[in-house]
Structures are given as structure tokens and as C-alpha cells.
Design a protein around this ligand. Structure first.
Ligand SMILES: Nc1nc2c(c(=O)[nH]1)N[C@@H](CN(C=O)c1ccc(C(=O)N[C@@H](CCC(=O)O)C(=O)O)cc1)CN2
Length: 300
């Protein structure tokens, strides 16, 4: 079997187009411009790229972008004070603090200082609790993007066996909650799981989010299963020349694509959906804050 490639880049472009349409209606019909504030602490090169990309795409869909770049030595109290200001700013409907934060900061404390209604990352403990109990919440962007692609490919996911490899708060746990909400039978596997290969072989849907390059080989994949690869790992690529690197996922693409029915590539799969869903969450947060109907198809 040769897998259908789920094109996350093209899917993300369609999501951004939908967001742009909703932003235009908010402006024309209600005089409201959604605003997203992104806070970056320090100079981590990858985070700088992501934050720049977020700002650019925010503006492209017609929203206001507010970027706050803080020195790596910023005191936690100063970051908390900035969050408080953004919480009380009516022009800001979404707040995102780029992770990871410098070591001297307590990530949980910082995230939980964000107004849950503006928490477009969906990481605040209130949103985690709402998602876990099946109530309306802000949904973390990466799992939301994965779910959108799965729903688009399969329609109903009801009754399917899903294995999520990885138990992070940002991807693994919320992904499992979302799949449960779709009436999948969900297993969360992790570094201590016994007989991981056998667990994965049972799955109709495999979501790999462990951060280990090419850890999942094709012979773990059930014939026809759908593979969603969340991993983005940079590895050496001597075949491209000295000192060159390339991106790979948590799944060994070529061998998994031989067995799977559908698969997301890396790059160009889940990654682009993360920023598209951030924009979707911001327009959703803005609509909710103004008591207006939520955009259809942009949240769960
Ligand atoms: N507050 C948050 N911090 C972080 C999040 C997050 O969702 N919220 N996620 C990641 C980083 N991230 C967005 O912030 C992100 C990662 C990857 C991509 C992406 O499009 N990747 C491309 C490849 C990019 C490359 O060439 O290096 C792809 O997969 O095709 C977008 C956003 C951690 N921090």
C-alpha cells in the first residue's frame, strides 16, 4: 500500500483563508479587529522564527499583531506584570507566551497567569480541565490541527483504535482527550510502555509526539492505518554535504508510508497547522469575548 499524503501546508492555507473571512466579517459587521499578543523571552533561534512567522500570518489574515520581546534575564515578576497588562487590554483577544521559557521561570505559573478566555494556546489549567470534561474550551493548537486533518480524512473517527505516543501536556494528553471526544478507543503510550510495537500495531490511528527522530518504523504500522507525525527533529545529513542537516519526524517516513493508508510528512504536515490553529483560536476567542457566533469549522 502507498499512503495518501496529508498535505498540512495546503490544509493550513485553507484554515487561514477561513480565518481571514471571519476576521473580515467581524470588521465589516461589528467594527471589531481581533488582536493577538505574542510574548518571546530570550533569543532561542527556533522560537524567534516561530514568533516572526506568527506575527506575519496574523497580519496576513487581517488581525492586529502585538509582539513583546523580552530579554533572557527578565525577572518573572516583570513577565507576569506584562501578562496582567495584556489581560486587561481590550484590543488583545489572544495571548501566547512562546515556549520554552528560560530556566529561571516557572512555566506553569506564567501560563496560569493568562486570562483563560485569552489563552489561545489552551495551556491554562482551566482550559485543560474544560477539555478533559468535554466542555467548551480553548484547544491546544497542535492537537487541534491533528484532529482537523483526521476529521477531514476520515469523516467520523467513532470506534477507531487510536494510539498516542507521548504524554506531554502540550500535545500527547490533549490529543488523547480530543480523540476520546470523537469516540475513539484511546491508548497513551510513552517511554515506559511495554511492548510498544505491539501496542502501535493495533492502532487505526497513530499520533507520534515523542521528539525522537524516526523512532517508529514501518513494521509497527497496521496496514492502512493513519499516521500523524507530530515530531520535528533536525538531524545531520552528510549526504547533503558537510555540516548539512534535515528535518525528520518521529516516524520513519518511507517505511511507514509503505504500510499506512495516510500519513503526514515532516516538514509540511502537522507543523504548519499549529500556527493556522493559533489564528483560528484567536478569532474564536474574539468572537466569544464579544458574544458573537463562533466561526464554523475552526474549533471542536
Ligand atoms: N506557546 C507555544 N510554544 C510552542 C508551541 C506552541 O504551540 N505554543 N509549539 C512549538 C513551536 N511552534 C509554534 O510555536 C511551531 C513549530 C513548528 C512549526 C512548523 O511549521 N514547522 C515546519 C518546519 C519548520 C522548519 O523548517 O524548521 C513543518 O513542520 O513543516 C510551526 C510552529 C514549541 N513552542
Amino acid at each position: 500500500m502507498t499512503a495518501t499524503v496529508i498535505d498540512g501546508k495546503a490544509f493550513a492555507a485553507r484554515v487561514r483563508e477561513k480565518v481571514g473571512g471571519h476576521v473580515a466579517r467581524l470588521k465589516q459587521e461589528h467594527g471589531i479587529t481581533p488582536g493577538l499578543a505574542v510574548v518571546l523571552v530570550g533569543e532561542d533561534p527556533a522560537s524567534q522564527v516561530y514568533v516572526r512567522s506568527k506575527g506575519k500570518m496574523t497580519v496576513e489574515v487581517g488581525m492586529s499583531s502585538y509582539e513583546h520581546k523580552l530579554d533572557v534575564d527578565t525577572a518573572e515578576a516583570d513577565l507576569l506584570a506584562l501578562i496582567d497588562t495584556l489581560n486587561n487590554d481590550p484590543a488583545v483577544h489572544g495571548i501566547l507566551v512562546q515556549l520554552p521559557l528560560p530556566k529561571h521561570m516557572n512555566e506553569d505559573l506564567v501560563i496560569n497567569a493568562i486570562d483563560p478566555a485569552k489563552d489561545v494556546d489552551g495551556f491554562h489549567i482551566s482550559n485543560v480541565g474544560l477539555l478533559g470534561t468535554g466542555q467548551k474550551s480553548m484547544v491546544p493548537c497542535t492537537p487541534l490541527g491533528c484532529l482537523m486533518m483526521l476529521r477531514d480524512h476520515h469523516g467520523s473517527l467513532s470506534g477507531m483504535d487510536a494510539v498516542v505516543i507521548g504524554r506531554s501536556n502540550i500535545v500527547g494528553k490533549p490529543m488523547a482527550q480530543l480523540l476520546l471526544g470523537e469516540s475513539c478507543t484511546v491508548t497513551i503510550a510513552h517511554s515506559r510502555t511495554k511492548d510498544l510495537a505491539d501496542v502501535v500495531r493495533r492502532a487505526d490511528i497513530v499520533v507520534a509526539a515523542v521528539g525522537r527522530p524516526e523512532m517508529v518504523p514501518g513494521d509497527w504500522i497496521k496496514e492502512g492505518a493513519t499516521v500523524i507525525d507530530v515530531g520535528i527533529n533536525r538531524i545531520d545529513a552528510p549526504e547533503k554535504g558537510e555540516g548539512k542537516t534535515r528535518l525528520v519526524g518521529d516516524c520513519h517516513y518511507d517505511s511507514c508510508a509503505e504500510k499506512a493508508g495516510a500519513i503526514t510528512p515532516v516538514p509540511g504536515g502537522v507543523g504548519p497547522m499549529t500556527i493556522a490553529c493559533l489564528l483560528a483560536n484567536t478569532v474564536t476567542a474574539c468572537s466569544r469575548a464579544n458574544g458573537l457566533p463562533e466561526p464554523e469549522g475552526l474549533t471542536v
